[in-house]
Design a protein around this ligand. Structure first.
Ligand code: P6P
Length: 337
C-alpha cells in the first residue's frame, strides 16, 4: 500500500470527515516542515555550530541555548507568510509575534515551545517541539503585541489541534485534530512525514512513573503518599512493583506514555508555589493534555482537569499530572481527601 504521508492523511481527513479546514491543513503541514528543519539542525550537533549557550535569557529567566533561538526562528519564519495565522506565541518570546502587515492574516493562533528539554541538547538526549492551535477570536485586538496576549488566553478545551515532534533515534510527529492521535515518522530519504500509527490508545493502568525524585521533600502530601505507595511495590498498598523513568524532556516522557502507558508528574511543590508550578500551560501542559485525553488518558493539576483552566497570563505555569487514566484518577483522588 502506498505510504500515507502527512499531506495525504490531512487531505483524506478533510475530504472524508470534514475535520480539517484547508487553512488548518496548511498550518499543520507548515509546522511539520519547520520541525523537519529543526530535526536537521539538531542532527548536525557540534558540526553545525549550534550547540551551547546563546548568551541570552528568555522570559522564563532561563539561559537560552543556540538551538532554542534557532528553533524559534525557524517556526516564526515558516509560519508568518502563509496567511493562515493571526499571531504566534512562544516560550522563547516575552510577547506574541504578530503576523507582519506585509503578509495576510489568518484565522488561527499558534503557540509553541520550540525546543523542549533544552538541558538535554548538549548531552544528546531526546528533545522536542510542542505546539498548540487555537482559533483567533473575531474581536481580537491585534493592534500591538501587548494587546494580542488576550486573544491567546483561551482554555485548553478550545484547542483545534495540538502536537509534538520528538527528536530521538527517529524523528516523530504526534498529532491530534480532535479525532484521536496519530503518529508520523520522518522518512529522511523522502524528506517527509509518513503515517506509522493511528488511533493511539494509552493503557488505563501502568507500572511506570515519571517524576523528578530530587524534589520529593517539596511535594504536597497526596503526591508524597502516592509515590511512597509505588516505591513500596508488591508489598505495599498498590500490590505491584513499579519502574521509574525521568528523561527531563517532557516530550520524551510523554511519548513513552503514549507508546506504553505510564504516569508523568511535575506536581506543585513548595519551592514553586509562588510561580504556580514548573511547566507552562499554553505551550506545554495544554497541548500535551489535549493529546493525552485524545488517546484515552487523563491530565490534571492534581486538583482539576488541565484543559478546563481559564488562563490568566500567556506564560502561566501549572502543576501537571498526566497519563494512564486509572493512575491519574488515583493520585487526583488523594488530593480530594
Ligand atoms: P527538571 C524541560 O526544561 C522541562 O520544561 C520539561 O521538558 C521537563 O519535563 C522538565 O522541564 C524537567 O525539569 O526540574 O527535572 O530539570
Amino acid at each position: 500500500m502506498a505510504q500515507r504521508t502527512l499531506a495525504r492523511y490531512l487531505t483524506e481527513e478533510h475530504r472524508n470527515k470534514g475535520r480539517i479546514p484547508a487553512n488548518l491543513k496548511f498550518l499543520i503541514e507548515v509546522v511539520a516542515r519547520a520541525c523537519q528543519a529543526i530535526s536537521i539542525a539538531i542532527g548536525k550537533g557540534g558540526l553545525g555550530g549550534v550547540l551551547g549557550e546563546a548568551g541570552s535569557d528568555n522570559i522564563q529567566g532561563e539561559a537560552q541555548k543556540k538551538l532554542d533561538v534557532l528553533s524559534n526562528e525557524i517556526l516564526l519564519e515558516a509560519n508568518e507568510w502563509g496567511g493562515h495565522l493571526a499571531a504566534m506565541a512562544s516560550e522563547e518570546m516575552d510577547l506574541p509575534h504578530l503576523v507582519p502587515h506585509r503578509f495576510p492574516k489568518g484565522e488561527y493562533l499558534l503557540t509553541f515551545d520550540p525546543l523542549d528539554g533544552s538541558s538535554n541538547i548538549d548531552v544528546n538526549v531526546s528533545i522536542g517541539t510542542i505546539f498548540s492551535v487555537l482559533k483567533c477570536p473575531d474581536n481580537a485586538d491585534l493592534s500591538t503585541p501587548e494587546a494580542a496576549e488576550q486573544a491567546f488566553l483561551q482554555p485548553g478545551t478550545a484547542q483545534v489541534a495540538a502536537g509534538y515532534a520528538v527528536y530521538g533515534p527517529t524523528t516523530l510527529l504526534v498529532l491530534s485534530v480532535g479525532d484521536g492521535v496519530v503518529v508520523f515518522t520522518l522518512d529522511r530519504e523522502q524528506g517527509q512525514f509518513v503515517l506509522t500509527q493511528e488511533n493511539v490508545q494509552i493503557p488505563a493502568d501502568t507500572k511506570e512513573f515519571a517524576i523528578n525524585m530530587s524534589n520529593q521533600r517539596f511535594w504536597e502530601a497526596p503526591v508524597q503518599r502516592y509515590v511512597a505507595e509505588m516505591v513500596a511495590g508488591k508489598g505495599g498498598p498498590l500490590g505491584k512493583d513499579y519502574n521509574m523513568r525521568w528523561v527531563a524532556s517532557m516530550v520524551a516522557d510523554v511519548h513513552r506514555i503514549m507508546t506504553r502507558g505510564g504516569i508523568f508528574m511535575y506536581p506543585m511543590d513548595s519551592k514553586m508555589q509562588a510561580q504556580g508550578g514548573k511547566l507552562r500551560l499554553m505551550y506545554e501542559a495544554n497541548p500535551m493534555a489535549f493529546l493525552i485525553e485524545q488517546a484515552g488518558g487523563r491530565a490534571t493539576t492534581g486538583r482539576r482537569r488541565i484543559l478546563d483552566i481559564a488562563p490568566e497570563k500567556l506564560h502561566q505555569r501549572v502543576p501537571v499530572i498526566l497519563g494512564s487514566r486509572n493512575e491519574v484518577d488515583r493520585v487526583t483522588g488523594y488530593h480530594d481527601n
